[in-house]
Design a protein around this ligand. Sequence first.
Ligand code: FAD
Length: 309
Amino acid sequence: PFDVLVVGGGPAGAAAAIYAARKGIRTGVAAERFGGQVLDTLGIENFISVRHTEGPKLASALEQHVRDHDVDVMNLQRAVGLVPAGEDGLIEVKLESGASLKSRSVILATGARWRQMNVPGEEQYRNRGVAYCPHCDGPLFKGKRVAVIGGGNSGVEAAIDLAGIVSHVTLIEFDGKLRADAVLQRKLRSLPNVSVLVNAQTTEVLGDGQRVTGLRYRDRASGQEHEVALEGIFVQIGLLPNTEWLKGTLELTPRGEIVIDERGQTSLPGVFAAGDATTVPYKQIVIAMGAGATAALAAFDHLIRSSAP
Ligand code: FAD
């Protein structure tokens, strides 16, 4: 069995694996796709001390750094079940392949995925005008026109944030009214360079083959289609944690985030979690890495206090 088994190979999982392995304990990582969301990212300019990098480059650096250590890396392995420790003190992780892994502690770092609009053009122009993370990509649209799709708290926060950087923001909400907190809505409406469209269903991302040039939406009240000319579209209709496989085994929030304390401890003894899959505020690479390190150190503390050899 492992001492620490990490599930997930994104920034959080990689950091957790390196921190665990450096304690000289038996460490494994099982990941569906090593690199995680970083693989889908183009430019990264907020990974502190690295002025600019690209997703695939950072993902391969993560994997190399993990492989420099004595870590059993199991790539292309999807976890489908978690069984709490029994008499033997071992936690079990069941894999889709039918195999199962046992460990004295487990670190869950399965990340999250952005909910997509699923309209024509979205996939084609992803990273070419279609963006999901205002903290990451906002500055790329300095002085340009953007839309934010989604009028919940994250959409309205994104619109307020972007309004300080870009020339104009159009906030587009499907429903008849915004769902964000009143204080955010008040702030939004006080900004001169923001317009809000409600009852608007985005139907297509428009582009010139290279980059986004606009979007098309349908006014749900009149049924009429309209076009908005712009350079960027931030999709803010939800971040879905990859935790469906954990339902019923440990405490999740109603949105599916794994509930952790400041050491990454979950509601199950010996099971820790880190990164975008958890309740950690703000989902970013540097934050996920720090959380992965925290969870590994907490798992090590747990191991030196438990009686098993
Ligand atoms: P993830 O990166 O999501 O990794 C999760 C890992 O778990 C993957 O290896 C996945 O395959 C695996 N996994 C999932 N489910 C299972 C399962 N059941 N069994 C086994 N393995 C599983 N952040 C920045 O700081 N700067 C940026 O510029 C930036 N740009 C971004 C651009 C885009 C397009 C996107 C999508 C995100 C961006 N982010 C950026 C956010 C950043 O990528 C995430 O915050 C970070 O990757 C989270 O790390 P994580 O390890 O928690 O999860």
